[in-house]
Ligand binder design. Structure first.
Ligand SMILES: *Cc1c(COP(=O)(O)O)cnc(C)c1O
Length: 854
């Protein structure tokens, strides 16, 4: 142990100091002299000595090890515990302040939160980076090593879960009271490995080495009921009353995570629920003497929060998934009503205190749940309950794909939640009466709009239920919101045009620029100061620097540094060698046919084919490394076949000496937030190539532009807005527009004609079918090539020629490094709009009608 470490231990936090309590139950008032307090924002905070003392105390008393014998993991846990101490005073203070002000809170209901690592963000938000680095150095510990020890909580699949994480970061930073509600999955998104190029899923054991960022509150557990039946009775006033008699229940245990605002002292809660068996549940079985059965019952209850469903965009109608949805939503409503509101609060005023934002349809069962609580437990009549419920919910739709819209069979729903199904029928009856009144005699319309569908079996269309219940319904980019009105919910937008609105997605600039790209952040700060971190539109001030040679050089140096950092990472992590000086062409996102990884792959195969057949001299290729990163849903056969094909193409191309130094394909496994933070800052070219009208927004596209990559993309999702803001000449547009896609679909799309008619397409597909990538096995990738030539639902072949032409424009521009860098700078300068802070301002103004506390 270093000498100085010993000296500082006696300055540990005194245990007997009692905090000032101004209001029972809500913790200490903020006091700058309190040992856990942070110094006021803006002044030089904390001290290195104090940090070392707290760190060693954590290491000794919580981890039970001496510094000299501590593992990296013990050190990481102690560091996390230390940072948590610094945040704790502000967390308690935030809670006290919010309760005291009786401020309206945003209840963000999301089945997924793709948080990414916590340590770096917590250090940044509390301005402890430098102090921690120096303090740890005194102990002979490297901060980066400890940061790399953290396993990210992967409690989401992709964009939707990451969006929730960006939003709660922005709300905390903007001083808006928010509780994020979700599920504490014991196993998050699977860890992807490759075996012979095929995806193999490993369980994500993110809790195995300790979970220092959460604190459970079993004392605030709530009970959640399932099953059974309902009973009607008439009360003393002659009113009909319904009682739900459930048949089983579980306990929801809250685990709190701190969501720190950036340097502003606010720390909002993220409350994730874990399922446990209730005593009542197993006691009866224990009493019956069947010990084994009782333990099995426990396992059954705990299964509810066991694992995240790894489907992205194509939900499976599994019973356990519906259990998960109701479980977390019932816990969250109960928690808010019983623990966040004052005793005796009049629930008629509930909309003045909460707005629940439904992140897609996963939490929509909250609507009948609130109705049930108000009517069956609080004596509201239907109209009163509906008035309150309608004002308390807003709904975000995230898709246009019909197969992504959740429908729960009434059979399953009625078995699991009989009272809720009754209420849904009640909502539907009253809603259809309203439709018939607005459109008399239009029975076809009433049939189309019914929340209940009869095909293929009777089911509840959750998107319709959400739309009927919500005060506002929003899409996630301008084009998507338009298509939502025109194509997905046209009858609803005709009935309630004012209910529909748009909020274009955003990403947090703290994680995805300041933290992920420290070099570029420094370059930006040197030029325009640091105000952009919380006011991203100020990046506009960089526009004048796009003509400044020194700035361009510094910008390029930052990009090169990021590439070197990535090179080191991929060598150590995946055994992949990135060549120097290549155009880094990156396509990272979930694997889905609509995103069209095959279009990118066909481009690679086509280049290779042209070299093999002598049509193209290797020396004429722009040196390029194509990086893929993508997980496929384990049950999505085609997506997994495409992953296999990408890996096989990579193997062949990378081994062929004639492409040495010219074309390389890299596919690091297990794309997640941690990898995104390293990949995106290094990228030159961002691939956003979905079929127009299919990608609701995309947020990966925003992260890349913000980090100075140029986009090659279709007119889809937020690409439309990115292109409009950065300017046509700094964006490589290709492909059909959405109306052109619709027109081609209506005419009848024949991919075979493109295969026959376009020599490059035919040669590329034939090369795959030749067996060159599959050790001579010509059938190995038949599923992929047959699908392309016979169905091609997402029209990759129709856009191929345009895509290749756009890639040629990319290469031309890249040859002029100065012009490329200038465009990259302008992409950064003009991406301020895509801050999730701006998204939150839009939600506050258009949907939530609440304000920052400040
Ligand atoms: C941003 C992000 C996504 C979303 O990417 P899209 O390109 O918008 O689909 C998915 N996964 C991770 C890990 C991300 O960081």
């Amino acid at each position: 142990m270093p000498d100085n470490a010993q000296q500082t231990t006696d300055r540990a936090i005194p245990a007997d100091e009692s905090p000032t309590v101004t209001r029972a139950g809500y913790g200490p008032a903020f006091s700058p002299t309190h040992p856990l307090a942070l110094a006021p924002v803006g002044s030089p905070p904390h001290s290195v000595d104090g940090f070392v003392a707290a760190f060693l105390a954590e290491l000794n008393t919580k981890q039970g090890v001496a510094l000299s014998h501590s593992s990296t993991n013990a050190q990481y846990l102690a560091l996390a515990g230390t940072v948590r101490q610094y945040l704790m005073a502000r967390w308690l203070e935030t809670s006290r302040k919010t309760h005291e002000a009786k401020a309206k809170t945003v209840g963000y209901l999301s089945a997924e939160y793709l948080l990414g690592r916590q340590l770096g963000n917590a250090l940044m938000a509390s301005d402890l980076n430098e102090i921690a680095e120096k303090g740890l150095a005194q102990c002979g510990i490297d901060l980066t090593t400890l940061r790399n020890q953290e396993v990210e909580p992967g409690l989401g699949n992709g964009g939707l879960g990451r969006l929730a994480a960006c939003f709660i970061d922005s709300l905390a930073t903007m001083d808006v009271p928010c509780i994020g509600y979700g599920i504490r999955y014991e196993y998050g998104i699977f860890r992807q490995t490759f075996v012979d190029g095929r995806q193999v899923e490993q369980p994500d054991t993110w809790l195995a080495l300790g979970s220092p960022w959460e604190f459970p509150h079993p004392d605030e557990s709530v009970q959640v009921n399932f099953g059974g039946y309902t009973e009607k009775s008439v009360d003393a006033d002659g009113r009909e009353k319904t009682t739900w008699v459930p048949s089983w229940n579980v306990l929801g245990v809250p685990y709190n995570y701190m969501v720190p605002g950036y340097l502003n002292g606010r720390v909002n809660p993220l409350r994730l629920w874990s399922a446990q068996a209730t005593k009542a549940f197993d006691l009866s079985i224990f009493n019956a003497g069947d010990y084994a059965e009782a333990v099995r019952a426990q396992t059954f209850a705990e299964n509810i929060s066991k694992v995240l469903y790894p489907e992205d965009s194509t939900p499976q109608g599994k019973e356990l998934r519906l259990q998960q949805q109701y479980f977390f939503v019932a816990c969250s409503l109960r928690d808010f009503l019983d623990h966040e509101l004052e005793e005796g609060f009049d629930l008629h005023d509930l909309p003045s205190r909460i707005i629940f934002q439904l992140n897609d349809t996963h939490p929509v069962i909250a609507v009948p749940e609130l109705m049930r609580i108000l009517m069956d437990e609080r004596g509201f009549d239907w109209e009163e309950a509906w008035e309150v419920t309608h004002q308390c919910f807003a709904y975000t739709c995230h898709t246009l794909l019909p197969e992504a819209l959740e429908v729960w069979s009434t059979d399953l729903l009625g078995r699991l939640l009989p009272r809720h199904l009754e209420i849904i029928y009640g909502i539907n009856d009253r809603f259809l009466a309203e439709v018939r009144e607005a459109f008399p005699g239009d029975e076809l319309r009433a049939g189309r709009m019914s929340i209940i569908t009869e095909y293929p079996e009777r089911g509840v269309r959750m998107a319709y239920l959400a739309t009927v219940a919500a005060t506002k319904v929003n899409g996630v980019a301008e084009l998507h919101s338009q298509l939502l009105r025109d194509k997905v919910l046209p009858d609803f937008s005709a009935l309630w045009p004012e209910r529909f609105t748009n909020v274009t997605n955003g990403v947090t600039p703290r994680r995805f620029l300041k933290m992920a790209n420290p070099k570029l952040s420094d370059v930006i700060c040197d030029a325009i100061g640091s105000g952009w971190v919380t006011d991203l539109e100020r990046l506009k001030e960089l526009e004048t620097y796009a003509l400044d040679d020194d700035f361009l050089a510094a910008f390029r140096e930052a990009k090169d540094w990021n590439k070197r950092r990535l090179t080191t990472l991929l060598r150590n992590r995946d055994g992949i060698d990135l060549p120097d000086g290549h155009l880094l062409d990156v396509m990272v996102k979930r694997l889905h046919e609509y995103k069209r990884q095959t279009l990118k792959l066909l481009h690679v195969v086509s280049l290779y084919e042209q070299v093999l057949s002598g049509k193209l001299a290797p020396a004429d290729l722009t040196p390029r490394t194509v990086v893929f990163g993508a997980k496929a849903a384990p049950g999505y056969r085609m997506a997994k076949d495409i992953i296999h094909l990408i890996n096989r193409v990579a193997r062949t191309v990378n081994a062929d000496p004639c492409l040495e130094g010219r074309l390389k394909v890299a596919f690091p496994a297990n794309y997640n937030v941690t990898l995104a933070e390293k990949l995106i800052p290094a990228a030159d070219l961002s691939e956003q190539i979905s079929l127009a009208g299919m990608e609701a927004s995309g947020t990966g596209n925003m992260k890349f532009a913000l980090n100075g990559a140029l986009t090659i993309g279709t007119d889809d999702g937020a690409n439309v807005e990115i292109r409009r803001l950065v300017g046509d000449e700094h964006f490589f547009l290709f492909g059909m527009s959405e109306p052109e896609v619709a027109a081609l679909g209506a005419r009848g799309y024949d991919p075979g004609a493109y295969y026959q008619g376009n020599a490059a397409i035919r040669a590329a597909i034939d090369l795959i079918n030749s067996g060159i990538f599959s050790d001579g096995d010509r059938g190995m990738f038949e599923s992929v090539t047959m699908s392309l030539t016979h169905h091609d639902r997402f029209m990759a072949l129709a856009d191929f020629e345009s895509y290749v032409a756009a890639q040629a424009r990319v290469e031309e521009r890249y040859a002029d490094q100065e012009s490329w860098t200038r465009s990259a700078v302008l992409n950064v300068a003009r991406s301020g709009y895509f801050s999730s802070d701006r998204s939150m301002r839009d939600y506050l103004r258009r949907i939530w009608h609440t304000q920052p506390m400040l």
